[in-house]
Design a protein around this ligand. Sequence first.
Ligand code: 5GP
Length: 125
Amino acid sequence: MPIDATQPYDPNNIFAKILRGEIPSKRVYEDEHALAFHDINPQAPHHILVIPKGPYVSWDDFSAKGSDAEIAGFVRAVGVIAREAGMVEPGYRLLANIGADGGQEVPHLHVHLFAGKRLGPMLMR
Ligand code: 5GP
């Protein structure tokens, strides 16, 4: 079920549990500001999720309330993860769903990295 992006942060959401190590995940990267792991239900040959370590519901929440250090750290981490995964050439797609119309299901900000094939049109028609 898509979420309401303006809801308060739920510390028991699935990605908060992954961050705390209470639920297993296939981690590919971690630093002070970000954690990256493989999506459990990949939509492309390579599908990585990157999440900030702070309690932010969505991109909207993060961009409004995240500190400059958190935002810079997270954005730089996304770039490092894509480069380290070899996605830059031949290319990849970066996507964040926000709220109900965006189709966001997990109420902790996450950026999807898709790669490994021609990804086709940007949106379903
Ligand atoms: P959203 O629709 O919120 O942008 O994307 C949520 C993503 O989280 C989906 O692609 C879904 O497959 C992934 N996901 C949901 N639960 C888990 C989980 O427990 N572990 C991992 N690794 N991915 C999950």
